[in-house]
Design a protein around this ligand. Structure first.
Ligand SMILES: [Fe+2]
Length: 401
C-alpha cells in the first residue's frame, strides 16, 4: 500500500536522476549512441608548485575526463604550430578522473608562457574492453586572453605577494579581499592556513574559496599554500596535496622568488595528538620531528645561506606558553632557525594582528614575526634592502641593512 502511494514520487525522482548518468541507446540502424550529461569545468584552472623551471596546473571537471595541457611562448599565437601535450600520468599510464593535476617541466626561469587546458569527457568506461570519449573541450585561447604563467626568477630585484589566512569558509569576504589581486602586480598568492574549518569533500574547497580564487586570479597567479591546523580535519583532508601539490610532495617545502628564499612549514594540529576531537587520527608529534630533521638540511643548504633574504612561513606562530602545537614549533623549529639570519616569519592562526620584534617572547625568535589577522589580505613586498607589509590599517617596514 505504502509502495503504491510513493511510487509516483520514486518515478519522478528517477526521471530527475536519469540525465546524471550516461547511457547507451541503440538506434534504428543498430549503431550505438551514447547519451551523457555535458561535462563542465567546475573549478579552475589554478597554478601550484610553480618553480624556476616548472609549474603544475589543476582543474576539476563535473564528470570523469582525461586531461592534458599545451603551452606556447608568450609572444606566439597558440595556433602557430603543433604543441606538445602534457598529461597526468600514474607510472606511465594516463589518468582519468575529475581532479586534473598536470606538471610541466623543462622551462626557463623568469619566463611567461601561455597555456591551455583540455578535458576529454569519458562517456562510457568499460575498462580494458573500450572507452568512449566526447569531443575534447579547451580553455579559450582565441576569444579571450589565454591563461599565462610566469616561472619564478631568483634574479628579480623584488617580489610582491598577497597573504590570506583564517578565512574559515567566508567565501564572499575572501572574494572582496582578493579582488585587487586580479588587477595584477602580484608574483604569487600565499594561503597561510585555515582557509576552511575542515575538509569534508573536495566540493568544500571549491565552494569555500577555490572557485572564487580561480575566477579572480589563480589561473594566472600561482598559489603557495601553508597548511593550517584546520586543513588537517575532515574526511577529505587527505586530498590536500592533490589539490595543492608542492615541489617536495610534502606540506613543507621551499621556493625562491626574487631576492627571497621562502621556507614553508607545517605546524600540524594545535592540540595534543591524543585529543578526543582528533578521533585517534593525529600523529603530529612525530610529523613535526621529521619536519625538523628536514629543516636542518634546508638551513645548511647553499640556496638558503646565499639568498639575500630568508622568509619563513608557518600558519601557527611559535609560543613557548601556548597549546601543544605552538609549543612544539617553538621547541623544534625555532632553535634551528635562530642564528640563520631569518628576515621575517609570516603567521596567522591567532585571529588578531600581531607584530613581534626580534628577540621578544612568546616565540623566543631572533627574527620578527608578523601575524596576519583573520579574513584580511596583507600585501608584502620584499627587496634585498627591506620588507614592506601593508595589512589593512597596519603597516610595517623592516630594514634589512
Ligand atoms: Fe589555525
Amino acid at each position: 500500500m505504502l509502495l503504491k502511494r510513493i511510487a509516483p514520487v520514486l518515478l519522478f525522482l528517477g526521471m530527475l536522476a536519469l540525465p546524471l548518468q550516461a547511457k547507451t541507446v541503440r538506434t534504428e540502424n543498430d549503431s550505438i549512441r551514447i547519451v551523457a550529461p555535458e561535462m563542465q569545468v567546475t573549478c579552475g584552472p589554478w597554478l601550484s608548485a610553480v618553480g624556476e623551471k616548472e609549474f603544475t596546473v589543476c582543474w576539476i571537471t563535473s564528470t570523469d575526463a582525461a586531461g592534458w595541457v599545451e603551452i606556447a611562448p608568450d609572444d606566439e599565437n597558440f595556433y602557430a604550430r603543433e604543441r606538445k601535450r602534457y598529461y597526468q600520468t600514474f607510472q606511465g599510464r594516463c589518468t582519468i578522473g575529475k581532479l586534473h593535476r598536470i606538471r610541466i617541466t623543462g622551462l626557463e626561469k623568469g619566463t611567461t608562457y601561455r597555456y591551455c587546458i583540455f578535458s576529454e569527457q569519458v562517456l562510457k568506461n568499460e575498462g580494458n574492453r573500450r572507452i568512449f570519449y566526447a569531443t575534447p573541450v579547451e580553455s579559450s585561447v582565441f576569444r579571450q586572453n589565454p591563461y599565462k604563467v610566469t616561472t619564478l626568477d631568483p634574479d628579480k630585484a623584488n617580489c610582491k605577494f598577497a597573504v590570506f589566512n583564517d578565512m574559515h569558509e567566508r567565501d564572499s569576504i575572501f572574494r572582496a579581499q582578493a579582488k585587487p589581486v586580479a588587477g595584477g602586480g602580484y608574483d604569487f598568492v600565499l594561503f597561510n592556513g585555515d582557509m576552511t574549518s575542515q575538509i569534508e569533500s573536495v566540493y568544500d574547497i571549491e565552494t569555500n574559496y577555490l572557485r572564487s580564487a580561480c575566477n579572480l586570479f589563480a589561473g594566472n597567479i600561482p598559489i603557495f599554500f601553508a597548511r593550517g591546523n584546520h586543513e588537517n580535519r575532515g574526511a577529505a583532508s587527505y586530498e590536500f596535496l592533490n589539490l595543492f601539490p608542492t615541489s617536495t610532495g610534502n606540506t613543507y617545502y621551499t621556493f625562491r622568488e626574487g631576492p627571497a628564499f621562502f621556507v614553508v612549514l607545517d605546524g600540524g594540529e594545535d592540540k595534543p595528538d591524543s585529543n578526543i576531537h582528533y578521533y585517534g587520527l593525529s600523529c603530529y608529534d612525530s610529523f613535526r620531528e621529521d619536519e625538523a630533521d628536514w629543516l636542518k638540511t634546508i638551513v645548511s643548504s647553499k640556496e638558503y645561506i646565499n639568498a639575500p633574504v630568508r622568509i619563513v612561513i608557518i600558519h601557527m606562530p611559535p609560543n613557548a606558553n601556548g597549546w601543544r602545537g605552538v609549543r612544539e614549533i617553538e621547541r623544534l623549529f625555532v632553535p634551528i632557525l635562530n642564528g640563520t639570519d631569518v628576515a621575517l616569519m609570516i603567521c596567522g592562526h591567532t585571529h588578531r594582528p600581531e607584530f613581534h620584534k626580534a628577540g621578544t617572547k612568546p616565540g623566543n625568535c631572533d627574527f620578527p614575526i608578523f601575524v596576519n589577522t583573520l579574513r584580511s589580505r596583507a600585501d608584502i613586498e620584499i627587496t634585498a634592502d627591506s620588507i614592506t607589509i601593508s595589512a589593512g590599517k597596519n603597516s610595517h617596514v623592516i630594514s634589512l641593512n
